[in-house]
Design a protein around this ligand. Sequence first.
Ligand SMILES: [Zn+2]
Length: 467
Amino acid sequence: MNTSKSKEFIDYSWKQILDPLCEYIAIPAKSPAFDPNWESRGAIERAVQLIYDWCKDHAAEDWGVNVVRLEGRTPLIWIEIPGKGDSKVLLYGHIDKQPEMTGWDSGLGPWKPVLSGDRLYGRGGADDGYAVFASVAALKALHEQGIPHSPCSILIEACEESGSYDLPFYIDHLAQVVGEPELVICLDSGCGNYEQLWCTTSLRGVVSGILSVEVLDEGVHSGDAGGIVPSSFRLLRKALSRLENEKTGEILLDELKGEIPGDRIAQANLSGKILGQNVYKRFPFAEPCSVEEKPAELILKRTWGPSLEITGASGLPSLEEAGNVLRTQTSAKLSIRTPPQINAESAARAIRRSLEASPESGTRVSFSSEMAASGWNSPRLAPWLEASLREASNTWFDRPAVMMGEGGTIPFMGMLGERYPNAQFVITGVLGPGSNAHGPNEFLHLPTAQKLTGCIAQILELHQERS
Ligand SMILES: [Zn+2]
């Protein structure tokens, strides 16, 4: 490709993308898990329409832009792009979003797109609304210069943040058209900095669910009952302590532990050298923080180690309303990240067994799992792909590409890895320092999105050349 022409074209494309991306950010298209009434609310539908219309407007004549709908499931955007040869490429992204979260800075908000310098703030811009725009722009950049690419399918789902439970049905439904992709490109991942191309070599899985401890049918005087009736909070704590060492955060269940492959340790050492203390300094700690462990060890902990967070609770009145009552129950929502190679379903069963073991007399302890999505470890990179990533990063970022695991989960990658064991994967994204997907002040780093678009175009070109 003529790089300066491509740069010009992609620069121009991103100027066109800004408006529709802002419109998209303004739509509260929360994933079904966070909005059970998503269908009647119509926000997901509005996001689908917006993206569909934009893709229709920008597609080349021979592209097929479709919305596929299976009864009772979130819709799927499906774009078929004819190409040269029979080796197929699948590009993936999603348009459903995480919920609002509190803590947005003044002037910012989840459904309020704000452009400030290089950053476009608002929910879903970086995770993962930009992906469809970037994919279309990358392919158009090739068309512009008459550069051939393999037949591509762009698949944009609306259920990712809920564990992609609708997606396998669509993949079955579309099996004929999808064929067996040789290359999968996923634009829903992270980057260690905004200075080079970061390729995700592994992802953790996630098990989430609700742990409930019930001790009474109605609340009673705490002075009357305390000492006889156990506190549901203590029992919850006790159950959690079987899962996690509360002093260190270490997860105790053997079923949630796995060996770290040697090549991943070597990659973590290299990423640790590049990132240094930024591995932890990028998090907004409440107080100045210094961590003893080496950056590489921290990288391995957040990518190959299990971890637990309590993401919500019920049964606890607000502080103003709390009286001296022995409460009936305490429930907590648990989010447990699991190592890449662990099967999430069996992890969920082990977690449940451990949490529900030997409840005290007269009490009920239950764990109901809501989501179990396995992690993923990338197959060995083919030499042509390794070379393409290097070249793309050098062209667009003027720095070498880096391989690193990510701590988050993209459920679809686990599914695809099992389904297409011979496929090669490029998993990358714009979720870098401070971008804060899932939290407040989420932003899309526009220069990175733009350079990534160029990298994708170049990888598609190089992929076709060797096919
Ligand atoms: Zn995402």
